[in-house]
Design a protein around this ligand. Structure first.
Ligand SMILES: Cc1cc2nc3c(=O)[nH]c(=O)nc-3n(C[C@H](O)[C@H](O)[C@H](O)COP(=O)(O)OP(=O)(O)OC[C@H]3O[C@@H](n4cnc5c(N)ncnc54)[C@H](O)[C@@H]3O)c2cc1C
Ligand code: FES
Length: 284
């Protein structure tokens, strides 16, 4: 549910306090925030895969995927990479400082449709941020889903995001978790090395008709991962992916995110199926 003041003016932000902040790797930091107004904090509802817009007065606004799960109400979590004006300013903020946040926006993952199915999560780089929300959601509602597998890839062990969560998943019996890095210079990495596509044949026993696969990662990853999934006969409409486009308003007003002349990715995305991708020109 959106805050009441957002229903009057959709650009008004909710003041939120930074509760926790720590590095996930050299250039991506974790931010946990909570609405200053406790009632609004508890009212905020969203779907895994949706995003919020963070506003820094005098600097600007930027969209960020929600990384926390709606099954853990009250707090919002983000993984933010420092790349420019807004993110540089966000990186100067400390715990207890206040930021403006509006949303949630976007379609999110179709969690109700996914219930009763097996799930395969494939994440790389910053794609771990939105996918973490869905992973936590499915584990918090474990009885609603079938078999769950997760594959996470990064360039190096230092760059892999949310390692603490992933190591916890490795210890659980209700999720199969596979980790790989392109290269390990530490000599301490105990898991796979090589591209994430090399792990996919391990899913050969997946039941294609009853499986949803969710891919979040850098654009270059999609083509090769999808090719492997098609070999396993996963139906195209059961392969889900998040696609980022330049966004400004997040609410279908500015036109910055339009592709193919008519698709507003802030409203109809950022989650699309592979079937959408091959039928809508310009999606990737
Ligand atoms: C739906 C959605 C979800 C997102 N989720 C996350 C997230 O979870 N974590 C995260 O760190 N970032 C995320 N982003 C990207 C984030 O919004 C941009 O990095 C941010 O807007 C950059 O703002 P800035 O003012 O710091 O950079 P700017 O000063 O605007 O730009 C700095 C540099 O970054 C490039 N850049 C700016 N915006 C984007 C973009 N959207 N994609 C690629 N390059 C860009 C510019 O070309 C420029 O080179 C998301 C974007 C979208 C649309
Ligand atoms: S971001 Fe403004 S219309 Fe989509």
């Amino acid at each position: 549910m959106k805050a009441q003041n957002q229903e009057q003016n959709p650009y008004i932000c909710e003041p939120m306090r930074i509760i926790r902040r720590h590095p996930l790797n050299d250039d991506v930091h974790f931010f946990q925030v909570r609405a200053v107004d406790m009632d609004k904090a508890l009212e905020l509802d969203y779907l895994p895969g949706q995003f919020m817009i963070v506003s820094i007065p005098g600097v600007g606004e930027a969209p960020f995927s929600i990384s926390s799960s709606p099954s853990r109400p009250g707090l919002l979590e983000f993984g933010i990479r420092k790349v420019g004006n807004v993110t540089n300013r966000i990186f100067t903020l400390k715990e207890n400082e206040i930021i403006g946040v509006r949303g949630p926006y976007g379609n999110g993952f179709p969690v109700q449709k996914m219930e009763g199915h097996d799930l395969i999560f494939i994440m790389g780089g910053l794609g771990a941020v939105p996918l973490r929300s869905l992973v936590l959601y499915s584990l918090d509602n474990r009885d609603r889903f079938g078999h769950i597998s997760l594959m996470s890839g990064a360039r190096s062990p230092e760059e892999m995001l949310f390692k603490r969560d992933l190591f916890n998943f490795m210890d659980r019996e209700d999720i199969d978790c596979y980790l790989t890095v392109d290269q390990d210079d530490t000599g301490e990495w105990q898991y796979d090395t090589g591209l994430i596509t090399r792990l996919i044949p391990r899913l050969e026993n997946a039941n294609p008709d009853n499986t949803y696969v969710v891919i979040c990662g850098p654009p270059v990853m999609y083509k090769f991962v999808v090719a492997e999934l098609l070999k396993l006969n996963i139906p195209k409409h059961q392969i889900l992916m998040t696609l980022e486009r330049r966004m400004k308003c997040g609410i279908g007003k500015c036109g910055h995110c339009i592709i193919g002349g008519y698709i507003y990715t802030c409203l109809e995305g950022p989650v699309f199926t592979y079937w959408d991708v091959i039928h809508m020109r310009g999606l990737i």
